[in-house]
Unconditional design. Structure first.
Length: 220
């Protein structure tokens, strides 16, 4: 991704060095201590929604797919603008076979699907705001989802949400640094961008995080 692209900052920090400590630092420590959203139930949620033809957008280290992968076969595509992420996650998931695709979810996706499930886990808070601008990502997912497929994921909400003082400080720091762009993201805004592309939307708040699922995409 070109450094001038508004979405550049949200994916640039996932270097091999950060990816090597990400699971421990972010998914084990910060998820619980800062966002009050422990990771084991998120793995369960991922497992519950996972379909046979699955697209993971912004897979990070591939942690959730690794933990949730069922004994039966899956067809998995990993999509991310950052080649270091794709290489790391594909290596972690080996010898299970995955396709990788270097692409930006804010642009029309260079794949046709249809996928039974699409994960967008902890990605929306990295995309450039304000929140209505993130609707493009949801639209692009809806375009590659099967009519009976599911989009699911979670996102850290911005300052309007219920945070601890410590979480607010981390939010401000990450937004200053550029990895997050979500200071004004709220639950209603999330519902609005999901309902612009899907008829059925469910949102559950856990600590600072909104977990969502969306089914029944509007006809295209
Ligand atoms: C916070 S990590 C989440 C990783 C993983 N999904 C998880 O839940 O652990 C954000 C991921 O989104 C990716 N990402 C950021 N901007 C993106 C964009 N515009 N399109 C697709 N992926 C993006 C990053 O490269 C990274 O893999």
């Amino acid at each position: 991704m070109h450094p001038d692209d508004p979405a550049y900052a949200g994916q640039a920090e996932y270097t091999p060095a950060l990816l090597a400590v990400y699971d421990t630092l972010v998914l084990r420590l910060m998820a619980r201590a800062v966002w009050r959203c422990p990771t084991p139930p998120v793995i369960e949620r991922y497992r519950r929604h996972l379909g046979r033809r699955h697209l993971d957008i912004g897979p990070g280290t591939g942690y959730f797919l690794d933990k949730a992968w069922p004994p039966t076969g899956l067809e998995v595509t990993l999509l991310d603008p950052n080649p270091a992420v794709l290489a790391y996650a594909a290596r972690r998931l080996a010898p299970r076979k995955v396709c990788t695709l270097e692409a930006d979810v804010l642009k029309p996706l260079p794949i046709s699907g249809p996928y039974d499930s699409v994960a967008l886990n902890y990605v929306l808070h990295c995309l450039p705001g304000p929140q209505p601008r993130k609707a493009a990502a949801i639209r692009h997912v809806a375009a590659v989802l099967a009519a009976d497929g599911v989009l699911f994921g979670g996102t850290v909400l911005g300052l309007p949400a219920h945070h601890t003082p410590q979480a607010r400080a981390v939010l401000r720091m990450f937004n200053r640094q550029g990895g997050f762009d979500n200071l004004t993201d709220d639950q209603q805004g999330l519902r609005d961008i999901l309902e612009a592309s899907f008829r059925t939307v469910e949102i559950e708040l856990v600590g600072s995080v909104a977990h969502f699922s969306a089914t029944d995409p509007h006809p295209r």
